[in-house]
Design a protein around this ligand. Structure first.
Ligand code: UPG
Ligand code: MN
Length: 322
């Protein structure tokens, strides 16, 4: 959410919760409330490390402003930890009717993480929600796709496909970044860097994705634990140029949405017109019809008798022609 991106309203963040947990929803509600302070703090102080946890573990300048925001971050963390310890979101942690209604969805009879309807919850809406300085916020949407025992859920790829469809219905941005939940982006200008390639006419239309290398903490000088994963990102990637390009490593990767629908000279049609990659999604994301469709495309049986998972989707990117 804290990327340097203009206009920020064009940025939408979708969080997938395959655990179907009210605790995760609570954590994201808290993150949304903290973000209205954190985003202007980063912008005004030109912060590079914009993952708060990474920032507060770095050697940042101690002053009254950084102390204040650190206190806020810590109190948010404590609230989340308390709720996790209790194992449920009690009334004293629920602030309004909208939040109450959201949590009620997790308490319907028979709800388990393996068996529940899809849940789509808008936590921030761009154009409506503002930060404390009056600047716009990006969209923030929580998704827990439908699960039941009779439908295979295909783990991470299934979750990514549900995100692809739900985001298609709600905002349908032409460029998509996928990030694992245990990773963070360490440079606020990353979207611009990726867009430079996507906007390069000499690369169009053959460019399907732009991938950033992963780097892990606790590197020593000789990198004896291979935390930079040079083999994977530098050696293999270069070598695979000769085999029509490197593979998708699963995170830190910007995709052109169109790439999920086949190669430049082929096009696999989605089942409904709203999921075409060039469909203009211009209705409010809280509109009843949009939310209804978003729940529908996150359902278990949406993929039945469609090309999802075979010709359209993350699966086809992993094994596809690029
Ligand atoms: O049923 C599942 C299982 C995983 N995930 C998500 O998938 C991502 C990766 O899962 P993680 O447990 O972090 O797996 P790792 O073994 O660390 O994954 C590494 O290795 C995988 C391939 O083996 C890649 O897909 C990942 O990008 C790469 O980080 C995370 O965001 C998970 O939340 C789901 O959404 N649903
Ligand atoms: Mn991981």
């Amino acid at each position: 959410m804290a990327y340097d991106y203009y206009p920020i309203e064009k940025l939408s963040v979708y969080v997938s919760d395959d655990g179907g947990s009210e605790l995760t929803l609570f954590a994201f509600m808290e993150a949304a409330k903290f973000a209205v302070y954190w985003l202007p703090f980063c912008r005004e102080n030109n912060i590079i490390e914009r993952c708060p946890d990474a920032y507060f573990s770095s050697s940042y300048t101690e002053n009254s402003e950084t102390q204040k925001i650190k206190l806020m971050y810590k109190s948010m963390k404590t609230r989340i930890e308390n709720v996790i310890e209790r194992g449920k979101v009690d009334e004293d942690y629920i602030n309004n009717d909208e939040e109450l209604q959201a949590f009620t969805k997790f308490s319907i009879a028979g709800f388990t993480r393996h068996n529940h309807p899809s849940i789509v919850q808008v936590l921030l809406e761009s154009g409506k929600d503002k930060d404390i300085t009056g600047h716009g916020m990006p969209n923030l949407i929580y998704l827990s796709r439908e699960k039941n025992k009779s439908s295979p859920h295909h783990f991470k790829a299934g979750a990514l496909n549900a995100l692809l469809r739900v985001s298609g219905i709600m905002t349908n941005a032409p460029i998509i970044l996928t990030l694992d939940c245990d990773m963070y982006s360490n440079d606020p200008s990353t979207p611009q860097r990726a867009l430079c390639y996507f906007l390069d006419q000499t690369l169009w239309p053959k460019l399907g994705f732009v991938q950033f290398p992963q780097c892990f903490h606790e590197l020593n000088e000789a990198d004896i634990y291979a935390s930079e994963m040079k083999g994977l990102f530098h050696t293999n990637a270069m070598g695979m140029d000769g085999l029509s390009g490197p593979n998708y490593v699963g995170t830190g990767c910007f995709f052109r949405r169109r790439a999920f629908f086949g190669g430049p000279s082929s096009f696999e049609q989605p089942k409904i017109p709203e999921l075409y990659p060039d469909h203009v999604a211009n209705k409010p994301i809280r509109a009843a019809e949009i939310l209804q469709q978003a729940h529908y495309v996150a359902s278990c049986n949406y993929e039945d008798e469609s090309n999802w998972g075979s010709k359209v989707s993350f699966n086809s990117i992993l094994i596809g022609p690029w």
